[in-house]
Design a protein around this ligand. Structure first.
Ligand code: AP5
Length: 225
């Protein structure tokens, strides 16, 4: 358990392609934490055709940030579900100072706090290739890459045996560049925000996926000690 004897709350910060989703899923399996991706929640709202999803769709396709109001509403609903009591890895949230402040307030309401904000340090140029080559299993959501992470058997998901795969509408080179700009303008300032509070951990995320997950596991183990 964490110092405050409450479930751990970890934040993964990083630009598109940094490996937030890849690493969050590994930590979820390894430590029983719950991955909360605001990108996944918003894509779910778009697919379900909710009011929030209708407003978010065009913004996401342009590679810009969805309004704090919509993001906070979808996250608030998800945090009310019982499984989050195991501890959470926030993947892609917060992304603005307003979201970071709102997160503090939400956690204070349940007596929780942020245990670590982990910044995945990468080089922008490599992110366009990472994101453009990404695809996922349509059945279980396991992530793959055309070059860096292929299924063991071509066309068959390692995890569930599914044979259908999909690519995201915003994973093209032009939109990735807009998403990188949004990251640097609106999200990167959070690195100093968490550093000034002594909560920031920086991890080199340009290496192999397994080496990065080992580095992250070391941080989670310290938090849970
Ligand atoms: P979101 O879904 O969060 O996308 P993102 O931040 O752009 O991040 P990605 O999912 O593209 O990258 P990732 O870091 O998870 O990388 P991954 O592990 O997949 O957000 C999408 C949109 O929703 C936003 O643009 C915005 O409009 C909206 N949104 C979401 N949250 C919001 C918020 N809080 N506020 C406002 N708007 C919000 O890896 C990428 C690829 O690289 C994969 O193929 C993977 O296999 C491969 N890979 C991973 N690690 C490595 C490695 N070490 N070496 C080689 N390849 C690797």
């Amino acid at each position: 358990m964490s110092e405050a004897n409450t479930p751990p709350v970890l934040i993964l910060l990083g630009p598109p392609g940094a490996g937030k989703g890849t690493q969050a899923r590994i930590l979820e399996e390894r430590f029983g934490l719950v991955q909360l991706s605001t990108g996944d929640l918003l894509r779910g709202a778009v697919a379900a055709g909710t009011e929030a999803g209708k407003k978010a769709k065009a913004v996401m396709e342009a590679g810009e940030l969805v309004s704090d109001e919509i993001v906070l509403a979808v996250l608030h609903d998800r945090l009310a579900e019982p499984d989050v009591g195991k501890g959470v890895i926030l993947d892609g949230f917060p992304r603005t100072t307003g979201q970071a402040e709102a997160l503090d307030t939400m956690l204070a309401d349940t007596g929780q706090k942020i245990n670590a904000a982990i910044s995945l340090e990468v080089e922008d140029e490599a992110m366009v290739e990472r994101v453009s080559g990404r695809y996922t299993c349509a059945n279980c959501g396991e992530g793959y890459h055309d070059t860096f992470k292929k299924p063991e058997v071509d066309g068959v998901c390692d995890k569930c045996g599914g044979t259908e795969f999909k690519r995201r509408a915003d994973d093209n080179a032009e939109t990735v560049r807009s998403r990188l700009s949004a990251y640097h303008e609106q999200t990167a300032p959070l690195i100093d925000f968490y550093k000034s509070r002594g909560q920031l951990k920086e991890v080199d995320a340009m290496g192999e996926i397994d080496a990065i997950s080992d580095a992250l596991a070391g941080i989670v183990e310290k938090v849970q000690a």
